[in-house]
Write a protein of this length. Sequence first.
Length: 92
Amino acid sequence: MGDAGEGLIDAESRIQERMEDLERERSQKNAKPVRDPELVSALESLRLARAELSQQLASTTHERRKAQIGQALEEIDRRMKSTDKLMAKKKP
């Protein structure tokens, strides 16, 4: 009877190991890719700057200032595109 008990213990440990392996595989599949924190921060800063300038553009009446803000928004959009491309390249 000792051998049968050992067989059950071995089977249970193998089942437990297999369940842990499956769980580990699932968590790796569902894990989000790690992003470069500097790029994420830069992109967030650009989004905030764009939102601020958009508010300024809406409330500004002076034409020269509107033109300046428009140029700044274009530059921010260009930088956001560039940052998005860098983030896409760095995805694992």
